[in-house]
Write a protein that binds this ligand. Sequence first.
Ligand SMILES: CSCCC(=O)/C(O)=C/O
Ligand SMILES: [Fe+2]
Length: 190
Amino acid sequence: MAASASKYDDNKHDAMEAWYMDESLEDHRLPHHLEPKDFVSSDQLKELGVLSWQLKAEDDDQFVIEVSPEKLPNYEINMKKFFKEHLHDKEETHYIAKGSGYFDVRDKRDCWIRIATKKGCIIALPAGIYHRFSLDRTNYIKAVRLFSVGGPFLTAYERPNEDLTVRKEYVEALMKKAHVDGHAAEAEAL
Ligand SMILES: CSCCC(=O)/C(O)=C/O
Ligand SMILES: [Fe+2]
């Protein structure tokens, strides 16, 4: 997705915060910070292929997904589905129009990073990354799914699904990047 300076604030913005999660199985709508808190920067998320922007838009009447006990049909079933660890064979991109919610992603060591999004945030998860979605304690989010090819519908492949081509490609891209970064660090140290 191309970012233009007038509409998007690339990288650092206040519509999103991310942190490493604790292992507690308590209500997943709670923040689940580590003690002490361990925040994750947008540059660290970028290394996993997770991108986010802040859109300075006032107009919010085009949005398509509303998640709350009152607005989402089959709320309990769908929330369980969203919170089951899964991946997609396409990028998952949402613009958060109202409310807030958590997108959790796995890092390179397989630890959970919790990404707290709110109104104005655009978040793009790459195809092949394991992730899940939860509402927070406000119990409400209104989002529009952005897409380019193949329409807005996403198939969720629950973990484990290591043999899917899209998963292999994502893992390979992460490993390639780690290799390149390793060489860059070595070169810098010389
Ligand atoms: C903002 S609700 C979107 C939930 C969803 O479809 C999904 O795949 C989450 O990972
Ligand atoms: Fe998803």
